[in-house]
Design a binder for this molecule. Structure first.
Ligand SMILES: [Zn+2]
Length: 321
């Protein structure tokens, strides 16, 4: 028995050694180790089941049933409120001079989740002065026109403004009008609060990531907000090079700022909705569920970096054949 088990173990080790020599497995192993239990959704999306092309310019499908997306709005930090859905995030950063809103969901959810959500939380939707849209895909820009019509200024990356203007079919209810074009390193200041924009092209050419401060029961914390994650861009080596460079740029910006909170615009990537529900069970002295530490913030960007390198490697392999 011992001999058989030993032989089996030997085979197993040999197989592991052979696999470890394959760069494909090395990228995946590094991504898995970085994801740990914190970023399983991100790992699955970009390493296991990556998308490979942008969607066609067609009209959006009919809205899904409300119970598939609706979730209650919530106060998450002293100055940051969740007004998103089960799937997508929209955040209201309150300042001494009004609200900076980050991302605007799909059109169908925006009025109830954002305008209704702010009202439910005791905040005035008319006090939204700026809306920063991380990128021009419909699941984040859907409510931008609504907020613009209600008087807010919109901030988006130039190429994504172009993308919206060039779309023929995606905006049956009207498009937001080009307003402020974001620049790399731009500081959006409202009252006592500043959001720093980090241009991170890749997911879309104009994707914006953000660095800003929040307070947890008075304790200041820094948030790194990743503006685009999935690979639904033209899958070629130059696009992956751009994406990878942006992941590294944002990882550095997050580390330089001392960010210990990682946020994304999909709950799939940052577990926002689950963490909000966990907050109800938080006991005095326990860390905030979003305060995961600088090491975990860095690991998020390792996942996206390694998975993009893996996809790039596969492209090069296919080209070599
Ligand atoms: Zn997107």
């Amino acid at each position: 028995m011992k001999g058989i088990a030993g032989a089996a173990l030997g085979l197993c080790l040999a197989a592991t050694a052979a696999q470890a020599a394959d760069p494909y497995d090395e990228y995946l192993a590094r991504a898995k180790a970085a994801a740990a239990f914190d970023f399983t959704g991100t790992l699955v999306r970009v390493c296991v089941a990556p998308q490979t092309a942008p969607g066609p310019d067609v009209a959006p499908p009919p809205p899904p049933a409300r119970d598939t997306w609706y979730t209650d709005p919530a106060k998450v930090f002293d100055n940051l409120y969740f007004v998103g859905t089960k799937i997508h995030s929209s955040w209201a950063l309150t300042t001494s001079a009004g609200i900076i809103l980050i991302d605007t969901l799909y059109d169908y959810a925006s009025e109830e989740a954002i305008v209704g959500g702010l009202t439910k939380l005791g905040l005035d939707p008319a006090s939204v002065k700026y809306v920063i849209v991380s990128h021009g895909h419909l699941d984040h820009v859907g409510g931008a026109k609504l907020m613009q019509d209600r008087g807010a200024r919109l901030i988006m990356g130039g190429p994504d403004w172009d993308m919206i203007e060039q779309s023929v079919n995606r905006f049956p209810n009207g498009k937001p009008k080009r307003d402020i074009v974001a620049s790399d390193g731009q500081k959006v200041t409202l009252g006592d609060t500043t959001v720093m924009i980090v241009a991170t092209p890749g997911h879309t050419p104009g994707t914006l990531s953000l660095i800003f401060a929040v307070k947890d029961q008075g304790k200041p914390l820094t948030v790194a907000y990743s503006g685009g994650t999935a690979f639904n861009f033209p899958n070629d080596v130059p696009h992956f090079d751009t994406y990878i460079a942006s992941q590294r740029k944002m990882a550095k910006a997050a580390a330089d700022a001392g960010a210990t909170v990682l946020m994304s615009n999909h709950s799939e990537f940052d577990n926002a909705v689950t963490k909000i529900r966990m907050m109800a069970a938080r006991k005095a002295g326990e860390p905030h569920p979003f305060d995961i530490g600088a090491d975990a913030v860095a690991r998020y960007f390792t996942v996206t970096d390694e998975c993009a390198q893996l996809a790039r490697f596969k492209l090069l392999q296919a080209e070599a054949k």
